[in-house]
Design a binder for this molecule. Structure first.
Ligand SMILES: Nc1ncnc2c1ncn2[C@@H]1O[C@H](COP(=O)(O)OP(=O)(O)O)[C@@H](O)[C@H]1O
Ligand SMILES: [Mg+2]
Length: 315
């Protein structure tokens, strides 16, 4: 099937990843994906632990509140059974004050709502982790791109939360491509992590913005990850996509992130990647994937680079 021609047409100033990442020594196998997950694990554990902590605090508060409400309820029940004694109304007032009834009635619903939100977040994080660590699919399938991007945003929350406001804009139109959801999720995890790092590189107390847009274009879906980080030096060009190219310190960068992005998008999905960057003003990374029904994704059994030495892919 023909490649969607418009997928390779870029506005002026964009640096395009050279088509054909094959043979660059980038493996995108399952072990790599799990290694990547290993690096994210500590942050994700923290991400789960925080809501679990306040759900637990809220439950302790609710348990204590129910105990405090016991005396109030005793008097109400006696009154309902017609056994109220003359002093009960006064005792009711005293019991209500002692239980801080107004305070409890205001705070208890909040504690419940906050706990529900916390548990929803835990459930979402766990779901994203599960999807990420799925064994690789042998057959490509229909992938809802906004869903996969949203998962990547959730998995990387602990990375960007301290440095940026992140906004995700999604097209109303259907953005479904044929491909491998776990692999694509990993692509977007890398782009979001890079954006957060570029903002953090402004220095201590750095704060910035990450804007992610998923939109349907004629023949393809475009995911745009825009940050106001330190940008990529003009001379660097498409070398950012080379395996091991990194400007980060030892232990911080592996230089494998964009190589993986490139291999996954270009080779595995028949898509295209490019970026626009002005030094000190931020970077816009764009991933294009042929819309389902257009270019079919490759079968994973013939996945390029699968027999190469395995590198980490979460750089
Ligand atoms: N959003 C970005 N803003 C600025 N520089 C970036 C961005 N994304 C990638 N880079 C540059 O490209 C290099 C390679 O990125 P990547 O392959 O993900 O490896 P790593 O993140 O491990 O360095 C980074 O070290 C950085 O210099
Ligand atoms: Mg990276």
């Amino acid at each position: 099937m023909d490649r969607v021609p418009s997928i390779d047409v870029w506005p002026a100033g964009y640096v395009v990843a050279p088509p054909g990442a094959r043979g660059r020594g980038v493996s995108v196998d399952h072990a790599d994906k799990l290694a990547c997950m290993g690096r994210l694990a500590a942050g994700i554990a923290h991400e789960i632990n925080t809501p679990v902590q306040y759900v637990s605090d809220n439950l302790a508060f609710l348990a204590q509140s129910l105990t405090d409400l016991g005396p109030v309820w005793d008097i109400v029940r006696r009154a309902m059974q017609g056994e109220a004694s003359p002093g009960d109304l006064e005792r009711l007032g005293a019991a209500a004050r002692s239980a801080r009834l107004d305070y409890l009635m205001a705070e208890m619903p909040d504690a419940v709502v906050q706990s529900q939100e916390g548990l929803t977040r835990v459930a979402e994080t766990v779901r994203a982790v599960r999807e990420f660590s799925h064994p690789p699919a042998l057959q490509s399938r229909a992938v809802d791109v906004p869903y996969v991007v949203d998962n990547a945003v959730k998995l990387t929350r602990h990375v960007w939360r301290g440095v940026a406001d992140l906004r995700l804009h999604t097209d109303e139109q259907l953005c479904v491509v044929q491909g491998y959801p776990g692999r694509l999720q990993q692509v977007f995890v890398n782009l979001v992590v890079n954006a957060a790092h570029a903002i953090a590189a402004h220095g201590e107390d750095a704060w910035g913005h990450i804007d992610i847009t998923v939109r349907a274009q004629p023949g393809f879906v475009e995911v745009v990850v825009e940050d106001d980080g330190v940008g990529i030096e003009p001379g660097v060009g498409s070398r950012v996509f080379d395996p091991f190219y990194t400007t980060k310190g030892v232990g911080e960068g592996t230089g494998q992130g964009l190589a993986l992005v490139h291999a996954t998008v270009d080779e595995l999905h028949g898509g295209a990647v490019a970026f626009y960057s002005a030094p000190h003003a931020g970077t816009t990374m764009v991933v294009r994937l042929a819309l389902a029904g257009g270019q079919p994704a490759r079968s994973e059994q013939t996945e390029p680079g699968a027999d190469h030495a395995s590198h980490s892919v979460c750089g």
